[in-house]
Design a binder for this molecule. Sequence first.
Ligand code: LIP
Length: 273
Amino acid sequence: MTSARDQGPSPAELLGLAVSAAREAADLVARGREGAGEHVGTKSSPVDVVTAVDAASEELLVGRLLAARPDDGVLGEEGAAREGSSGVRWIVDPIDGTVNFLYDVPAYGVSVAAEVHGTVRAGVVLNVATGELFTATDGGGARLAAPGRPERRLRAGRPPSLEQTLVATGFGYRAEQRRAQGRVVAELLPRVRDIRRFGSAALDLCAVAAGRVDAYYELGLNPWDHAAGALVAAEAGAVVTGLRGTPVGQPMVIAAAPSVAGPFADLVAELHP
Ligand code: LIP
């Protein structure tokens, strides 16, 4: 008989630690917002920016998570990479929507996912600018706690058709990639209700979960961009897949309300031959 202790941490325990660490990191990010432009570097292109606050946020997240669970692994956008021995790996984006953070566009978040033996079991996305806290556990549903409002269970939308589907998407940082992605949007736009580009994959996926958009797709994301948000969307009833049934994020992420998930995934596949 395996005892509860032997089974490892519950999704709820992992979520509690993720929320606590994310809240502390969000406070640090919020304090750094005014001086965000003072220490800015670039990564894959001149518009792929990273600030000192990104690095500080990741350092805080990793420190808090490993102080509580020293045998866990970690993967972070700003370089955190550690093999663990517990079977738990934390996948963190210290600021998802860094350009929004730099411009003070209120759509940038701290994203923390807990992966257990390769499956994400708990996830949190905290919008630093609005204080909206999106959480989910595997099989436990998805919730939104917003300042001054009662916590609510999240359910994806029910658009009646592809033509009435509001779609979010995002673009990479390299010019050639953006040219190709722009051509895809040009073909997609006449066939759906409209397009939204919020600038944070994690918050895009949470928008699907909250029914604020009906579908989302993006090519070329990294695991830290989508690990937590994909669980939130799936636990809100959205269909979350890759292209033509390939694993999520390899290299496409698609999340859609069930009422249009099939036609939407087919349309995305048609536009990415
Ligand atoms: C961002 C993603 C967004 C994508 C941007 C960028 P970052 O992540 O969340 O969806 O379109 O190009 O990759 O760089 O702000 O952490």
